[in-house]
Design a protein around this ligand. Structure first.
Ligand code: HEC
Length: 122
């Protein structure tokens, strides 16, 4: 075999090998995203969802010093847990709260699931 032909032949082989490796890698499945980031009806808690929801949808009137804080003062987890049935009633049953705002269907079902699971903090 001619010396140059031999070199080209080897380059060709090497290229083929590298190409098939990179193809294998591209074809292998994507790693799964880490689990536990998504809030679902199974894992909804005060700390991963409900606290922030109340903060944004209720805090303007019900935080301490707010206009409606006399009826219910929102000041963290225990203030929600200790008033769970009243809150459930005005938000999910009569839907009189939040005044001037709404909850999305998803927010409603997560909140419902949170009450059904006995208001877990974490
Ligand atoms: C724009 C102001 C405003 C916002 C926002 C608001 N509220 Fe109220 N809330 C009030 C007022 C005013 C009252 C008193 C209503 C009344 O006396 O009929 C009240 C009353 C309540 C009560 C007492 C009900 C009872 O049975 O005594 C609860 C509990 C409550 N709100 C929960 C919430 C929750 C939970 C949110 C958020 C999802 C929220 N509110 C958002 C103004 C607000």
């Amino acid at each position: 075999m001619n010396k140059y032909l031999f070199v080209y032949f080897n380059i060709f082989l090497l290229w083929g090998l590298l190409y098939s490796c990179s193809k294998d890698q591209a074809a292998s499945p994507e790693p799964e995203p880490p689990e536990g980031n998504e809030v679902t009806v199974e894992n909804v808690s005060y700390n991963n969802f409900v606290g922030a929801l109340f903060e944004s949808k209720c805090g303007s009137c019900h935080a301490s010093g707010g206009g409606a804080s006399g009826r219910w003062t929102f000041s963290g987890y225990t203030s929600v847990r200790d008033n769970a049935s009243r809150i459930n009633n005005v938000v999910l049953v009569t839907r009189t709260m939040p005044i001037g705002g709404t909850l999305t269907t998803n927010e409603r079902s997560l909140l419902q699931a949170w009450f059904d699971r006995n208001t877990p903090e974490d």
